[in-house]
Design a binder for this molecule. Structure first.
Ligand SMILES: [Zn+2]
Ligand SMILES: [Zn+2]
Ligand SMILES: [Zn+2]
Length: 149
């Protein structure tokens, strides 16, 4: 029996993580925020918006433990947890990240805050190269929404 822990012990929970917040308490760190233009969500190291975004970039649409990537729109250059977030808070459709910019940062790891180039993300095998966080394989299955083919 694990001691003093009644949760399911699959290791995916955010509880007990250190590292992310600097001067926020843990209650604030679990806050979900909806951010619309022209504002950005200042919790993240890149310009990012979305609907009910948690501290690891899960959103109201994609909320599994592995949903910790945000993707950048080729039209407005801003990061969003998913295309539905993008389309809800902007007035244009998400444009796939253009092939001639595949060596620029286009994906944010919500777990560690690292950015990945489109090329690195598409070749990463569904885990963050920096921190090892598992990424949802479904995002790459929708790759033509997010990346020019
Ligand atoms: Zn856009
Ligand atoms: Zn979303
Ligand atoms: Zn990471």
């Amino acid at each position: 029996m694990p001691t003093g822990d009644d949760g399911d012990a699959d290791g995916g929970a955010a509880a007990g993580d250190d590292a992310v917040g600097d001067d926020h308490g843990s209650a604030a760190d679990l806050e979900r925020r909806t951010t619309r233009p022209p504002a950005f969500d200042e919790r993240f190291p890149v310009p990012l918006r979305g609907v009910a975004v948690d501290p690891e970039t899960r959103c109201v649409h994609w909320d599994d433990p592995v949903d910790v990537v945000a993707l950048r729109c080729g039209g407005c250059d801003v990061y969003y947890p998913c295309f539905a977030c993008h389309d809800e808070v902007t007035d244009h459709r998400l444009e796939p990240w253009p092939r001639d910019r595949f060596d620029e940062p286009a994906v944010l790891c919500g777990r560690c805050g690292s950015t990945l180039t489109a090329r690195a993300y598409l070749g990463c095998g569904d885990a963050c190269p920096a921190c090892g966080a598992a990424f949802n394989p479904g995002c790459r299955r929708h790759r033509d929404r997010y990346f020019e083919g």
